[in-house]
Design a protein around this ligand. Structure first.
Ligand code: PHE
Length: 513
């Protein structure tokens, strides 16, 4: 029967202890209980008004290893005194050290014992005691601390701490009182008011469990979208909202022609080096650009000739690069280095809509997809990443209009106060890098590259002279990393991604502040 009455869990232990002593000090009653267990048990009882409690913040003093030695064997100086008290003739340093058996204790102890005038030297240089008895205050102090975890005199604590014999640490304990509904057993609490309870009248005396409005819902075992996917869908939303049409980007392999040559990137340009671009070895080369089917009304002969001429001798008012343009180089297959390759092909397709008046309708295109660059991988670079790209073709467009558009576009992602820096792209003039102030990083960060496409490109693909086209691009990873507080891109993409990180992230919000 005795064992039956033994309280099993902490809540019961608290109730039993409290029935015997009030107030109850948790540090004394439950010295072994973990703080969190204790707090949980008290909160459980507290919510039922069975107990009330206050927290007590206290500094506790704990002996360091040397303090422990002193508590057990006495202070160094007392040990020296004791050794000499037993040697009537006195001891040499060596003899003293042998007796005590510790060089350091002997050294520190004898120097302190001298200072206290407990010991002195004989004529022949030996140590001897200088009085009959001493009081080992340090030993008493550390013993007090070992027992009570504190000392009545705060100066003693400060002194022993300085001597590295003790350390102090903060502990939180509880002073527990009985509450208005104190009892030894936790009454069963009803969670639902049932029809039966109403019919029988049992509800009158039933104890109802209070609602816990802070309770979290149960974890759902569900799939999760990758942060890049979530930010991508936000971008798509912004584009659709602004009247853009999505470009087909499922083809990762392009010819140099669409990736570089139409875009007026000369064949000697460093971006076309093996170090920067991945080339496909099989098949060796692309076919010359040709119609994709009977409905394809684009003029492929013309674009091919235009591109050759504009590179070699110049055309459309340009003097060109003046080098022998190589069709073989142009037909090499590459993993696209930017989605502007797709924009180029799409603008060529737009040119096929030219009416009798020579005009094409205004157009807005976007894409968000993968690109490849032969980069050495580090915390901010990967060999494959995603580009967000936009193109606007219309009449009467100006550079000021592009800047205004950028303010609106990036403003929708919460990026304001843009700054523009002149830049260079072979296919745009003027070109601008776009910077935004990042509050978290407290500095300007580059968020994109943009420009107005050159006539060498636009007229080569067959667009009218007076049509102006804006283009811009940015990586999808950069804003995602900023948003999710990731500093290493490899945590976002590739084999090092932590699946827990993906699962735990909330649905995306492009915060406006
Ligand atoms: N292609 C550019 C890049 O990779 C982005 C860009 C697109 C710039 C269109 C201007 C016009 O950074």
């Amino acid at each position: 029967a005795a064992t039956d009455a033994t309280p099993k869990d902490l809540t019961h232990q608290i109730l039993y202890a409290l029935s015997e002593a009030e107030p109850l000090l948790s540090a004394e009653a439950f010295p072994q209980a973990a703080f969190t267990d204790l707090k949980a048990a008290l909160d459980r009882l507290g919510s039922r008004e069975m107990v009330k409690y206050d927290t007590i913040d206290r500094e506790e003093a704990i002996l360091e290893a040397e303090g422990e030695t002193i508590a057990a064997n006495g202070s160094h100086e007392a040990r020296v005194f004791e050794a000499l008290r037993q040697a009537v003739e006195g001891l040499t340093v060596q003899e003293l050290e042998n007796t005590i058996g510790d060089k350091n204790v002997t050294k520190v102890g004898q120097s302190k014992a001298f200072k206290e005038k407990w010991i002195s030297r004989t004529k022949d240089g030996k140590f001897k005691t200088a009085r009959d008895s001493i009081e080992d205050v340090t030993k008493e102090q550390v013993q007090t601390i070992r027992q009570t975890r504190t000392h009545p005199d705060p100066k003693v604590i400060a002194d022993l701490k300085k001597r590295k014999l003790i350390k102090t640490q903060k502990v939180i304990s509880f002073k527990i009182h009985k509450g208005p509904k104190f009892a030894l057993e936790i009454a069963k609490e009803e969670t639902d008011l049932t029809a039966d309870m109403i019919a029988s009248g049992a509800w009158k005396t039933a104890a109802f469990k209070p609602y816990n409005f802070k309770a979290l819902g149960a974890d759902q075992n569900a799939g999760a979208l990758h942060p890049l996917n979530k930010v991508r869908s936000e971008f798509r939303q912004i584009f659709f909202e602004m009247g853009f049409e999505e470009m087909p980007t499922s083809q990762f392999v392009e010819s140099g022609f669409w990736n570089f040559d139409t875009l007026f990137v000369p064949q000697q340009h460093p971006a076309r080096d093996l170090q920067d671009t991945f080339y496909i070895s099989d098949p060796k080369a692309a076919d010359k650009p040709r119609p994709t089917g009977p409905d394809d009304t684009r003029d492929y002969e013309e674009v091919w000739d235009n591109v050759r001429q504009v590179h070699e001798n110049g055309k459309f008012g340009s003097i060109g690069y003046r080098y022998p343009w190589s069709p073989e180089e142009s037909l090499r297959l590459v993993l696209r280095t930017h989605t502007t390759a797709v924009s180029a092909a799409m603008l060529h397709k737009l040119a096929a809509q030219r009416g009798k008046d020579g005009r094409v309708p205004p157009a807005r295109y976007f894409s968000i997809d993968r690109v490849f660059r032969n980069e050495s991988v580090d915390a901010t670079h990967l060999a494959e990443f995603h580009q967000v790209e936009g193109v606007i073709a219309d009449y009467g467009l100006t550079l000021g209009g592009l800047m205004e558009f950028m303010e609106i576009f990036f403003g929708k992602m919460g990026l304001t106060d843009l700054q523009f820096k002149p830049a260079y792209n072979p296919y745009t003039e003027p070109s601008m890098e776009i910077f935004a102030f990042h509050k978290g990083l407290n500095k300007l960060v580059e968020i994109g590259n943009s420009g107005m496409f050159r006539p060498e490109f636009l007229e080569s693909v067959g667009l009218p002279k007076d049509l102006r086209v804006y283009g811009w691009g940015l990586s999808l990873e950069r804003p995602t990393m900023i948003k999710y507080g990731i500093s290493n891109i490899r945590e976002l993409l590739g084999h090092k991604v932590d699946l827990n990180f993906i699962e735990r992230n909330p649905a995306v919000r492009l915060d406006k502040d």
